[in-house]
Design a protein around this ligand. Sequence first.
Ligand SMILES: Nc1ncnc2c1ncn2[C@@H]1O[C@H](COP(=O)(O)OP(=O)(O)OP(=O)(O)O)[C@@H](O)[C@H]1O
Ligand SMILES: [Mg+2]
Length: 340
Amino acid sequence: MDHGTVAILHGAVPPDASADEQDTLVQVGTIAQALKRMGWRSTAVPITLDLAAMSRRLKQIDPVFVFNLVESVGGVGQHVHLAPNVLEALGIPFTGCGAVALMQTSNKPLAKRRMVENGIATPAWIEADGYAAGAPRGKFIVKSAWEDASIGLDGSAVVDGIAAARRRMAEMTARYGGSWFAESFIDGREFAVALIEDPDRPREPLPLPVAEMSFVDFPADKPRILDYASKWDKESFAYLNTPHVLDLPESDRPLIDQMIELSQRCWRLFDLRGYARVDLRVDRAGRPYVLEVNPNPCLSPDAGFAAMLERAGLGFEEGVERIIAACLGSTTASARRRTG
Ligand SMILES: Nc1ncnc2c1ncn2[C@@H]1O[C@H](COP(=O)(O)OP(=O)(O)OP(=O)(O)O)[C@@H](O)[C@H]1O
Ligand SMILES: [Mg+2]
């Protein structure tokens, strides 16, 4: 069985890159193996800001489609939409979300403005230039506008009051560059809703089992957040004490349904394709807020998306097949077979 060649596109990773960047290579290996089992040949194509070189390489390979695993280019998350932009112009099909969706969701304040305009609850926030949305007060968390993977998030990212939030924004801009904003800290439960495109209804999302991020034995003075260590430092307290829970009690059903509905609205608002994950927090009054929308979420075997596919009874490979089917605009034979 030989379906043809797939180019697996990813940001080039220098040997001394940080753990979050190195993770891209794990995803490349995992997807290459899955493609092989499905009868595809694949070639990994690392990219830099030299997009002309990328185009030349792709023309040489002439792939049936591109599996897009680009999360950053040159270590900069703000460039995430560049490769899809070029692919769209070249007319090469690629997996996951389009360039505009990637750009709009990757800029968190921009995404939040669009959510607010469309009645989707997201925590109030202030931006570095003073723009404020909602009535933010109390505790804040200061986050990067463009970067994900909890870059710049540690215990000191959570601060009390607007003055401290402004100080932290200025400090982080001076230290890391880029743009930072402060969001009202939602002190409550955290969930992730993963969505995958429905093989029977193109462009429509189906939810996978919802996961709760649990914070086990956190000391009272340690903010309950998924900080950088919790994602990338495998020996840290935060990594070991933040397991996700997929078996949620029946009493959570109304909340889960509400969060799925919010996430599906985000999918439609941002015109997402293939697969996505929406991160939410629930306040003490039980109201869910969208923290962020992640198009093309991490496909590492140890990431939440893979666990949710297993829990849904689909398995990783069926998930990958659905992502490919969404990109090729048709249901592959096996996706059709398995969904009856
Ligand atoms: N407003 C908030 N209130 C409470 N906690 C928050 C808030 N915003 C972020 N957090 C915490 O920080 C974590 C990372 O934030 P967020 O998901 O916005 O950024 P990210 O770095 O893009 O994440 P990802 O790696 O999922 O792309 C969240 O999972 C949550 O634990
Ligand atoms: Mg997140």
